[in-house]
Structures are given as structure tokens and as C-alpha cells.
Unconditional design. Sequence first.
Length: 177
Amino acid sequence: MSEQKRLFFGIELPRESRQSIIQWRAETFAAEAGRPVAAENLHLTLAFLGEISEERSLMLQHSAGRIRQPAFTLTLDDAGHWPRSGVVWLGPKRAPRGLLQLAELLRSQAARSGCPQSTLPFHPHVTLLRNASQPVALPPRNFSWPFRVSRFALYHSSYSQGRTRYSEVAHWPLEQP
Ligand code: 2AM
């Protein structure tokens, strides 16, 4: 069997939003609140696949390529803290229908291809801090980062020399109205 890789489908944030978010994060959260996710790693996961073979990855890429979904605007205007997973996140107050449909399709394709999906409801989020297990003071919700989502991608997550890296394996466009 071929080498297994840790893969996930996700959405990249535009560079300007990432820069603005990390500046805001530095001004907003104390250093001891948690470990900041590197700017280049800020993303929104649509479907986590786990460690999978090249064969399964190619099968999922084929299914992803058949998806016809419209582009949508995603606004990051909410923040929260999940103490159990130690995650401080940004997300949308109202998830756009296009985002939910896209995640649902990818998650059901993944489940049908043997990548078990969490039974918890999909909660779209961008992880800002990890290892945040102590109570965190959340900022007032007076921020908003809107951006257009016109593609989604498959990413390979690798860990070496103490760093997590996400590299794009393939990407697909969403339809323009
Ligand atoms: P997170 O940001 O909430 O930690 C790559 O690991 C991406 O897949 C991360 O964004 C992570 O979400 C997400 N993910 C979802 N389920 C996961 C799991 N069981 N293990 C690791 N990452 C998972």
C-alpha cells in the first residue's frame, strides 16, 4: 500500500485578511492565552480526512472535481473558545448556505469513501490559538473580515522540526454567478 498522508479539504484565507487577523490577535489576546497559529496556516476546514492512502486521496479528488457549487462570501465576525479542545476560533455569526452545502457534500463524499466524519454538527471556524485550556477573555464582537470564497482545496498537513505545514495538493473553482 502507498504511503499514508494526513489530508483535509479546506478554504484558504486571503493574505490581507490573514495579516489583519494576526495583528488584531496580537492586540487582543494575552500571550499566555494560547499558542498562535502561524499566519500562513490560518484556514477553515471543510472536511478532515485523516491519514489516507494515495488511492483514496485520488478517489476523493475525483469526487471533489464533480462538485458544482456557487462561490459565496464568508464573513468572519464571531469568536469563541472551546476549552476542551483548547481552541480559540474565528467564525461567521451566520454561516452562508454555500459554505454549509459545500462542507456537507465533501463530508458525505469522505464518509462514503471510508473516512469517518465527526457526528458533531459542522461548526465552521478558523483556529486562531491552540493549547488554550484556561479561561480566555473574548473580545467584543466589533470585528468583521468578509471575503469571497471562489475555490476550495485539498491540503496535506505535515509536521517537522516542531512546525505544522499545510501544502495544497489540488484545488477546484466554485461557480461564479
Ligand atoms: P482545528 O482547526 O479545529 O484543530 C488540519 O488538522 C485541520 O483539520 C485543522 O483545521 C483541524 O481543525 C481539522 N480537524 C478536524 N478534525 C480533526 C481531527 N480529528 N484531528 C485533527 N485535525 C482535525
